[in-house]
Design a protein around this ligand. Sequence first.
Ligand code: BDP
Length: 595
Amino acid sequence: MLKPIPTATREQLILDGLWLFALDHDDAPEPWRARLDTTREAPVPASYNDVFADQEIHDHVGWVWYQRVVRVPRGWDGQRIVLRVDAATHEGVVYVDDAEVVRHVGGYTPFEADVTARVRAGDEVRITIGVNNELTNETIPPGMITVADDGRRKQGYRHDFYNYAGLARSVRLYATPLAYVDDVTVRTDIEGADGILRYDVATVGAGAVRVAVRDLDGAIVASGSGASGTLRIPDARLWGPGAGNLYGLEIHLVDGDDLVDEYVLDVGIRTVEVRGAAFLINGRPFSFRGFGKHEDSAIRGRGFDAALMVHDFALMEWTGANSFRTSHYPYAEEFLDYADRHGIVVIDETAAVGLNLGLGGGVHGRVTEPAFSPTMFSDRTQTAHAQGVRELIARDKNHPSVVMWSIANEPESVEEGAREYFVPLVELARELDPTRPLTYANEYRGTFHNDRLADLFDVICLNRYYGWYIDTGDLRTAEKKLEEELRGWGRTFGKPIIITEYGSDTMAGLHSVLTQPWSEEFQRDLLDVYHRVFDRVDEVIGEHVWNFADFQTSAGIIRVDGNRKGVFTRDRRPKEAAHLLRARWMDKARVDGDA
Ligand code: BDP
């Protein structure tokens, strides 16, 4: 699915700003039919939960309504006009005036509707967007709704981050010609010094396809014609870690010599391959250094903010990180665009988090029933999950920064049903993208003896909390157990291992000369112990600390205003561990040449 961009033939209006906002109430049955009966305004993009000083809004379970009147640019006459929602968490429905134009389930991927027949260039239209935050056993991520004695509905879930909701990314109205470029898929290869670019363009309406590749200076370095083909870029500047080299693939839909539609896609020439226990980018072994993150900040929740994004990237660079995982859902496309331009490596994850009855915010509970069953995570959950895989790959397939798909975080991986549930999803992902390795992030109960999934995947990603959830405070035991386990995985599978989570909750400002969990020194020392082990186990090719920054979670007795495993606080100030990481990773960056 193409991201809307302005080109020689395309224009767009980004509908960021204040929208009328109301909770859904039974007394206003079809709120899209008139002006919303409210004076409240909500910012877009932002999660709505923390914006108002209002408990009812914060805790609301169900539909909310956003509305805005928009004037369609008068120059758009005769164009195809599309309304696109970058994300509505978790379900969205869009009305243009009185008519429903699109409905979509899945809170972190875009959807759009052709509204050409419903709007007129130069006229105003009323756009109303309903957003529902409910999670059930049939959604990804899953959740459960309970009803309190007084009738209040409450949303429960098994993932350890707050269920922020609303329009956290932009809404766009854009125009293309009536015949247009609908999609493009690129795959790249390297032959000697040349870059090879295979492309596949899908178009709607009459016209022929011509393509050209431009370098940064605007010079054409390759060109061709036809809806699919292979282009050779002599002496290509490769995309790689620390080297955000991009080319512009210019796609023209033409009628004779007339340009009908133009789309320009940034492409990076690079290869990715898993060979033995190595993860190769452009044929060279790559080691992941970085973080699991969240889209999370005070007030705006998961709302996209360019300043915050650039700041986070600046802090990652300051630590010497070269990569991150989009834990635990697809992030705003702006993150991937930025990573493409700056040579930052991304593990791109679906929103399939919490498919596990044995966990609650990292704490291991007793499992009393199977996770994968008709009454819990069923065929319908799997269907939603498959849709999540499809939409993630459709949106992100062309980003050079994305080197691997993670199709789930910490699913139940030990019980028999896990395999049956995951095999079709793995097959689907491989069919949709045969070029990128696949992984899932494994939790502690799935060991190298009993895990039923690891052999389906290319890279072993492990989330481990020795010294924190297990043997709390005992770093010596942590070191021993971690090493035994990592060696076991290495021996058994011979695949690359990335530790996709390790860390400890840490209250910024709490200090101790003793080994004191929650103190800044403890976090630093725990990371240090893990690093020593990583350096002794050959198969370990990556370390992603949990988490980049403190983040909000649902209320609970093991969380103090959220999860405190950040190396930075929620307002992005370094804890002591940040300096340890910087010392270690800057050194590695110099050796690997990828900072
Ligand atoms: C892991 C989860 C992550 C949690 C983390 C924790 O993957 O989402 O936030 O534990 O408990 O289980 O901090």
